[in-house]
Design a protein around this ligand. Structure first.
Ligand SMILES: [Zn+2]
Length: 389
């Protein structure tokens, strides 16, 4: 058994405990948490200054893009950003594997215990198979040409099967509302019964413009590529009405990623329809690409189930959940560290159905992290994380 004492223990299933004690088995299973000193001196108490919390769940990542660190300009806006990705994807297999391995190890060292990873290929399979973290691969499809929907689906299902044959969980997902034909959307959803779903959502203002009147940067990008938008995107519908509502059951578990430009009406439309919508935020990537953060005050007012993602090294300088929540608290200082950690640990675990992660509930095995350089319960620029268990 280990006994960990810290200035603050944040179990996340209950309120923070000042000068608390965390009792765990040697294998990391939580026995209990309280503020009572042990009665025997049979075990040495490990004493830490700072916040002790469960391991992080990174609910949105693209391990495949790890070799693109520092290659993309910042502040260019999403349409320009996505148009450069295919070109930059091409590099040697060795370099890609090396970058992915490094990214995987750095995520683990920064306290991440589970990752929801967008995968267009099986390139990351060997890394995931040997990782200390748990991965769920979202095999992502896109394509506005309805004639290619059948082939894309076949390829996607093959990729999913390959992950599953190595005992790695995987499922098919759409990329974003603007990048799939109705035919491809329909095929993905009819092959995703009882599966988790995720989609990049309202990450750029031009997504909304595109749906509103086929204008804006995204529309121009598609037109430049020779795509006939009018025959693909049904005008008059918004992102939800085009890509989600006509196809999905109300109880579908859905992780909407980014939502930077989702306004009150957008949020209400989703929340009214879906009973299990989760809202993932990747603030550092939003800042990198669009120089914009979501309106978290509105998200909190609406009681959204929020999770945290790092996105990829194409749009971030690190894959570190602590850095993401530091960024949020710096801009929204009234949001407590306890609440941010619920987003970063508990809500992510709940979305992915990881029933032993996300909090210090007795019997859970969520990992144990120490966040140092804090002032009371407030994070600072210098806050850093180490893995205790
Ligand atoms: Zn992404």
């Amino acid at each position: 058994m280990r006994i960990i004492q810290a200035s603050y223990i944040l179990p996340l299933n209950t309120a923070p405990i000042k000068n608390g004690y965390l009792y765990i088995e040697d294998d990391g299973t939580v026995i209990h948490v309280n503020d009572v000193a042990p009665i025997t001196n049979q075990f040495e108490v490990e004493v830490y200054e700072g916040i002790v919390c469960p391991g992080f769940v990174n609910s949105h990542c693209h391990l495949e893009l790890s070799h693109m660190k520092g290659l993309m300009p910042t502040g260019s806006g999403l349409p320009k950003f996505v148009s450069q990705i295919p070109k930059l994807r091409q590099t040697s297999k060795v370099d890609k594997l090396k970058s992915m391995k490094e990214a995987d190890q750095n995520m683990y060292k920064s306290g991440i215990v589970a990752v929801g990873d967008i995968s267009n290929t099986t390139e990351s399979l060997s890394i995931k198979k040997n990782s200390a973290m748990r991965y769920h691969s979202f095999v992502e499809l896109f394509g506005l040409d309805k004639n290619k929907a059948e082939d894309l689906l076949r390829e996607g299902l093959k990729t999913v099967e390959e992950y599953r044959s190595f005992n790695l969980s995987a499922c098919l997902v759409p990329h974003a509302p603007y990048s799939l034909s109705p035919q491809l959307l329909e095929k993905i959803y009819s092959n995703s019964d009882d599966q988790l779903l995720t989609i990049h959502y309202q990450e750029t203002a031009s997504e909304k413009e595109l749906f509103l009147d086929s204008k804006g940067d995204l529309a121009e990008l598609f037109i430049a590529k020779g795509l006939d938008l009018s025959s693909q995107l049904k005008s008059g519908l918004n992102s939800a009405q085009y890509a989600l509502l006509p196809y999905l059951a109300k109880k579908q578990k859905l992780l909407l990623v980014h939502n930077t430009f989702s306004d009150r009406t957008d949020i209400e439309e989703i929340e009214t329809y879906f009973s299990q919508a989760y809202w993932c935020t990747c603030p550092k990537a939003n800042w990198y690409i669009e120089k914009q953060l979501p309106n978290y005050n509105l998200w909190r007012e609406k009681n959204l189930k929020i999770t945290i993602g790092t996105d990829s090294l194409a749009s971030n300088n690190s894959l570190c959940v602590l850095e993401e929540i530091k960024m949020i608290q710096k801009n929204f200082p009234h949001i407590s560290t306890n609440e941010l950690l619920i987003w970063a640990c508990k809500n992510g675990a709940e979305f992915f159905n990881y029933d032993k992660l996300g909090s210090f509930k007795s019997g859970f095995k969520p990992g144990v992290l120490l966040i140092e350089n804090v002032i009371g319960l407030q994070l600072t620029e210098k806050s850093r994380v180490t893995v205790l268990v």
